[in-house]
Design a protein around this ligand. Structure first.
Ligand code: NDP
Length: 432
């Protein structure tokens, strides 16, 4: 706290994890080591840089770029880039810290990092986005590499942005490598990477439901967001027999009692880059509520897939009043600490993002493996590996929570299991 007095989101993420790690002190104190804890919360390296670019009117714009290389104990730094006006060092550090534990849970050899910029891609032309990405990479390229640090997408960074970033890296380094994941399928991308976070979230949720005697079949699901994670969570939940009734963006949410028409959402968001309110123009039975979140809509399962702190105590109360069964996070840290406590106290199953949304980075790990071997696996192969990884993560969270005396508290299991592997690797490598 002394070192990071203004880093609100970062402190929130660390405090949540330390709450679980305190349990280790009671059960297996020999596994806790102050020296490791202090190193764990201090990023190995933080890079902040100027990103100048010229807009379509010929005016020079300046944004700030970030890359926080948080921890490389178990593999090269790995984690996405976020382009959103709210980006600051606290947000990048919270995401980087979560990423360290998440990547550990995947069992793949990946350390943790995160980066991005306060650049807002909304309303920018393709050429402006390209010039921004080229300028961003003109600095970032010195710090990354296929065996050093491998960025990917996150909010505001999808296939288009990754393509521009990759092109500039290749040009500057004169090297064709798997330095970024989430690449297009014609230049080294992996099948299923686009779908992986949303699909993975549903595989995790399915495992949780099964373990508690139920399934997606016939369930009503509310989803927030309408970006990459939300769209593919909606697709898989529907395939698994659920009815998804909401989607949202930062301006409001749509409620479709007949079930979300995902082709329409994909057309609005992926093809036209429009806003979710356009949905009701084509679906007269659906309603659009501006300046609100979807958590007041009755559901069995809630999947927050937009951004941090988008489900607070009031939302949790509404969900509990409507008898929600499980809240599983697609976004990173979408549920506030007060909301998490309230949900769990009221018997709602809660899956923390660092476990339930790990499918994206897991598939990125699979993309790195394919790039390193210069081959591509089929969609079925990748999807099967993804499902196995997510079921395995669920079982690790479940079993670890039980071992430490907190059965069914998957957040405890996720934090402890993610931490123990990293801590062991850090100790073995000495004080570095
Ligand atoms: P996208 O940019 O594709 O979509 C983001 C969605 O969230 C949009 O609908 C956006 O609405 C909404 N949103 C963003 N900021 C806010 C806000 N401040 N308030 C309300 N809504 C907001 O991003 P992704 O789908 O990739 O990411 C969503 C979440 O999932 C993030 O927390 C991300 O860190 C996490 N995640 C993503 C992974 C991936 O592989 N992509 C992997 C693991 C986690 P609007 O258009 O109005 O901004």
């Amino acid at each position: 706290k002394k070192r990071n007095p203004n880093d609100k989101e970062f402190l929130q993420a660390v405090e949540e994890v330390f709450e679980s790690l305190n349990i280790i002190a009671d059960v297996h104190p020999e596994e806790l080591d102050d020296d490791v804890l202090e190193r764990l919360v201090e990023p190995e390296r933080q890079i902040i840089f100027r990103v100048p670019w010229v807009d379509d009117n010929g005016k020079t714009q300046v944004n700030r770029g970030y890359r926080v290389e948080f921890n490389s104990a178990i593999g090269p730094y790995k984690g996405g880039l976020r382009f959103h006006p709210s980006v600051n060092i606290s947000i990048i550090k919270f995401l980087g810290f979560e990423q360290v534990l998440k990547n550990s849970l995947t069992t793949l050899p990946m350390g943790g990092g995160k980066g991005g910029s306060d650049f807002d891609p909304k309303g920018k032309s393709d050429r402006e986005v390209m010039r921004f990405c080229q300028s961003f990479m003109s600095e970032l390229y010195r710090h990354i590499g296929p065996n050093t640090d491998v960025p990917a997408g996150d909010i505001g960074v999808g296939g288009r942005e990754v393509g521009y970033l990759f092109g500039q890296y290749k040009r500057l380094k004169n090297e064709y490598s798997g330095v970024l994941t989430g690449k297009g399928l014609t230049f080294g991308g992996s099948l299923i990477r686009t779908e992986a976070t949303g699909y993975g979230l549903c595989y995790f949720t399915q495992a949780l439901l099964k373990d508690n005697g139920t399934s997606f079949e016939g369930k009503t699901v509310t989803i927030s967001g309408s970006g990459n994670v939300a769209i593919y969570a909606c697709e898989k939940a529907t395939q698994l027999g659920a009815k998804v009734v909401t989607m949202s963006d930062s301006n409001g949410f749509v409620y479709d009692p007949e079930g979300i028409d995902l082709d329409l959402v994909k057309d609005i968001k992926e093809v036209r880059r429009g806003r979710i309110k356009e949905y009701v123009e084509k679906r007269p039975n659906a309603t659009y509520t501006p300046n609100a979140r979807p958590w007041t809509v009755a559901c069995d399962i809630a999947l927050p897939c937009a951004t941090q702190n988008e489900l607070d105590l009031e939302d949790a109360k509404a969900l509990v009043a409507n008898k929600v069964f499980a809240v599983c996070e697609g976004a990173n840290m979408p549920t506030t600490p007060e909301a998490i406590h309230y949900l769990m106290k009221n018997g709602v199953f809660y899956a923390p993002g660092k476990a339930s949304n790990a499918g994206g980075v897991a598939c990125s790990g699979l993309e790195m493996s394919q790039n390193a071997q210069h081959l591509s696996w089929t969609a079925e192969e990748v999807d099967q590996k993804l499902e196995n990884i997510m079921v395995n993560i669920f079982e690790t969270c479940r079993d670890t929570a039980k071992e430490y005396g907190h059965e069914k508290e998957y957040v405890v299991g996720a934090n402890i299991a993610g931490f123990l592997k990293v801590a062991k690797a850090m100790k073995a490598q000495g004080t570095v």
